[in-house]
Design a protein around this ligand. Sequence first.
Ligand code: ATP
Ligand code: MG
Length: 751
Amino acid sequence: MSAEYLNGLNEPQLEGVVNTEGPTMIIAGAGSGKTKVLTSRIAYLINEQGVDPFNILALTFTNKAAKEMKDRIEAAIGTEARSLWMGTFHSIFAKILRFEAEKLGYTRDFTIYDTDDSKQLIKQIVKELGLDDKIYKPNVVLNRISGAKNRLISWQEYIQNPLFKADDEQAAKPKLGEIYKLYAQRCFKAGAMDFDDLLFNTNVLFKKHTDVLNKYQHRFKYVLVDEFQDTNISQYLITKKLSAVSQNLCVVGDDAQSIYAFRGANIDNILNLERDFPELKTIKLEQNYRSTKTIVNAANDVIKNNKSQIPKVVWTANTQGELIEVIRATSDTEEGKIVAQAIFEEKVRKQLHNQDFAVLYRTNSQSRAIEEALRRNNIKYKIVGGLSFYQRKEIKDLLAYFRVVINGNDEQSLRRIINQPKRSIGQTTVDKILVYSSENDLPLWEAVERHPLYLRGRASNAVGDFANMIKSFRIDAERNDAFEVAKRIAKDSGLLKHLYDDKSIEGLSRFENVQELINAVKEFIDNEENEDKSLTAFLQEVALLTGVDQDKDDDPDKVTLMTIHMAKGLEFKHVFLVGMEEELFPSQMMLNSREDLEEERRLFYVAITRAEQKLTLSYALSRYRFGRLIECEPSRFIKEIKPEYLALSNKKAKKTTTTTEPSTKFVNNLMNKGFKPSQATNKAKAVHNNPNFAPSDTSGLAEGQRVEHPKFGMGTVLNIDASGSSKKATIKFDQVGEKTLLLSFAKLQIH
Ligand code: ATP
Ligand code: MG
């Protein structure tokens, strides 16, 4: 019992680790060491009990979580850990299905359809059946099929069940059953499984082929599941079957962190477990090791407002810690700026690294304002579980439209959008245009315009319509500001409508992203600093912002940005939770029922409990939505935390800062850490005297000094030239390279 991974475990934790036989459930609050118990239990099984790693199956929620657990176990017991089966339900059962594919009539190399493949197939079926795809929208249909599969309802059962039929008829979609049938048959014929099939077919496999089930029951003598609260029925049944013989099932979770009900996760699984495993031993963990008292107490306050929950105690022996800071920003742009500045300051003040910080938000599109502020402040970041804003497909699409409008010869952009959304311009037609352009040595756009010379019929008409559309955008772009043009392009290109029609969660997120890009254009033209309000100027600004592709930089020291859903199970020293506004969080779509609101509250609970030392909540008083400035109200969730744990911040973005307490403290701290007073005073001067990035007092400017420009970001002074009538400085900016600026105009801030 001297193993290092057992050191320091408290009594119930130890119990969870060493009592390896029989069904065990640990339902406990955030940060109480559930995942730690699970990893230690695996290490203990292998190391102390001599269990072959081959006999252990550990199921986690994300690939990232699986990798982290594997690393931790490897650190504890060495490379033996590598033969463990540890992964997400989907990845593990895809692997098993490959071995057993023939039993289900598939071959080993079956294809896995992603959501787009599935939607395409459904679209085709709807067309073949002569149905209206406005009623039978691919997403709606796919969601329905997915829901059925996750409840283990086959197409045969579906079409026979009068209840579903009645349901579908009421929803004016009587043919759903028929589509499900054809979809399933076609997938099978194509040798393909969609995501839901991976679980559905595993269930079928275990039900129909008891010998196969038996084999895996004996192989996986120990089954462990993390984040059990988020499993759906289909996943639960697989787990239950696999551990029916050995009974060695260990699940850990927290009902207060169940945040996937909308994807079919079912809290009832916790209750089912007691029924299905009468010997079930329940262990409670009550001590939180992650967070300060303030954070733990605040989280307890919040979750108390939910009616449906398993009562539990969470306390911590950690220090009281700092109060939860609440930032009130005038706009989402200012919110981004304050957060970026706060990260910068806290890093210096507390000697922290970028990777100690996370910025969490409710919806993907919120990342834009934060990303831009971080880029301007030269703080490296990464987005977990998604792409950075300007890398997202729909954003690239709309930007490609902008580019083609500005420059019709931009081949990459033209290729990207000529058939996006679909307008019957196939690859062959595109190739013809390119060939014509290169053979006749013509600029690409000219080749497009001359299409009647080499295209016929439908293709010719489609290209003609497309060219006319782009030309009319071009006329618009010559007369109007970027915002007007951008709005029109998003609308008239059909891009916005295409996304609007897609009612899936991903579709909604893409729609919001496009809206957010339009908001960015609006902000751009509203910004007094930008004299040129044209679409060209906006594109230039975006190019400057996105020039350095942070995603490809493998420096691990980065601030993490992600949606709260992606943050489950993770922890960070300092967490910023942004966009704490009514209708954003709780989301406008989750206000209709108590159940939905409770799910939002659990999401809030998850967010709060990611923080170890400090939590900052922020909200904006106004935010662009759909290109209009909307007034916002602070989220009701803030009020659910007792005021004694909250501190209203007086942080303001540098632009409007006069004298703020934190910056004075910041300067003092710099001095305490041995910074030369002259530098510190410079900083103080910069903050206090030049709040608006007004043309600065650059008399003290010297070569080698770090400066900040409102547009170009941080840079180093290379050279100062006072020879002419006006003093100039050559500055190498970190992101945009060298620039020579006239100092009497340059809005520089000395750092
Ligand atoms: P969540 O509900 O968020 O998934 P969890 O219950 O899985 O949280 P862990 O992530 O396992 O909690 O643990 C939270 C933190 O507390 C980790 O940093 C872990 O290393 C630490 N921890 C857990 N138990 C102990 C202990 N007995 N002594 C010291 N640190 C501990
Ligand atoms: Mg955990």
